[in-house]
Ligand binder design. Structure first.
Ligand code: CUA
Length: 335
């Protein structure tokens, strides 16, 4: 048990919490900022932590003084008491809180003020429990659709139009910006400009049902050339399968209930209940960041998604083994 009055234990506690904070780097951390907005949010956090720590230490010191120091008649003098209450209970809180309020309002304004134009606009629609990602051109026309994976060019402001298909979700990429909710019947906006290439994890930040925790996505920040090559490929219709089993798999896919929920552009599958599968094999994860997109995991997902992510709309596969493998071959060909 840690004894809080023990100076040595206090020191160990502070050192250990320091280690925890220094560990807050990586692909999903607001303390490892990679955009100017995230940097401002991180500075705000450090300023608040520093002021909070000073106040905490001050209160501890005053408490220690109150229990140890004695006035002339064995208690604190009335004057001393009044001044402490006035300074510690009114003046200092008013000054500190007003300062922090003004600072946080200024930061909030700085991170939401939009640049004059956005070379890239991405519409994001939250679904239970995955992310529909649509790239729009300057007049708002959809030019490419994918799921659970956002690519953006480095050093370019990107606008996000946020909508929901069902309940409230929240779009959050801690390394790049704060949270913005996706609210049914309302359109929200956010934007950020990533300052360094990398892959960053985003997470739904509003409880949205059973699988809220498994509603993740990845943001790939890459060079403009890499981004343009990626979006050009995402705009294309699905690749025609070439092997006998993949062709058989496509025919099975297109003649079963798969087409009631999914789109594969270039075929007659054009439903929008589940993710667009036109280039599913080019994605890095399955089930909204739940599994790595490997053959083995794809088989497990299609065979029984309920076992992996109970409550998703996709039912278990009812295909015989040969048909099942053919469908997996086809999905694997959709690069
Ligand atoms: Cu969507 Cu939580």
């Amino acid at each position: 048990m840690i004894r809080f009055c023990n100076g040595k234990a206090d020191f160990v506690l502070v050192a250990v919490s320091g280690l925890f904070v220094s560990g807050c780097t990586g692909v999903q951390s607001a303390l490892d900022p990679r955009s100017s907005q995230a940097s401002k949010i991180a500075v705000l956090w450090w300023v608040m932590l520093a002021i909070g720590t000073l106040i905490f230490l001050g209160v501890i010191a005053l408490t220690a003084a109150a229990v140890t120091k004695r006035g002339p008649e064995g208690g604190l003098s009335p004057n001393h008491n009044r001044n402490l209450v006035l300074a510690g209970g009114v003046i200092i809180p008013v000054v500190v809180l007003t300062g922090l309020l003004i600072y946080s309002v200024l930061i909030s304004r700085a991170i939401t003020t939009e640049p004059p134009n956005f070379p890239v606009t991405v519409e994001i629609i939250g679904h239970q429990w995955w992310w529909e990602i649509n790239y729009l051109d300057s007049d708002g026309t959809h030019i490419a659709r994918t799921a659970n994976e956002i690519h953006i060019p480095v050093g370019v402001p990107v606008r996000f139009i946020l909508k929901s298909a069902d309940v409230i979700h929240s779009f959050w990429v801690p390394n790049l910006h704060g949270k913005t909710d996706l609210i049914p019947g309302q359109i929200n906006h956010s934007w950020f400009q990533a300052e360094a290439p990398g892959r960053f994890r985003g997470q739904c930040a509003e409880f949205c049902g059973l699988q809220h925790a498994l509603m993740a996505f990845w943001v790939t920040v890459e060079s403009l050339d890499e981004f343009e090559a990626w979006i050009a490929r995402q705009r294309e219709a699905a690749i025609e399968p070439t092997t006998a089993t993949a062709i058989q798999g496509r025919d099975i896919f297109l003649s079963t209930s798969c087409v009631n929920c999914h789109t594969i552009r270039g075929t007659h599958a054009n439903a929008a209940i589940g993710p667009d599968l036109t280039h599913v094999a080019s994605r890095q994860t399955l089930g909204a960041g739940t599994l790595p997109n490997t053959r083995n995991q794809l088989e497990q997902w299609v065979r029984d998604p309920q076992r992996i992510k109970f409550g998703v709309l996709m039912p278990p596969s009812e295909l015989d083994e040969d048909s099942f493998r053919a469908v997996i071959d086809y999905l694997e060909s959709l690069k």
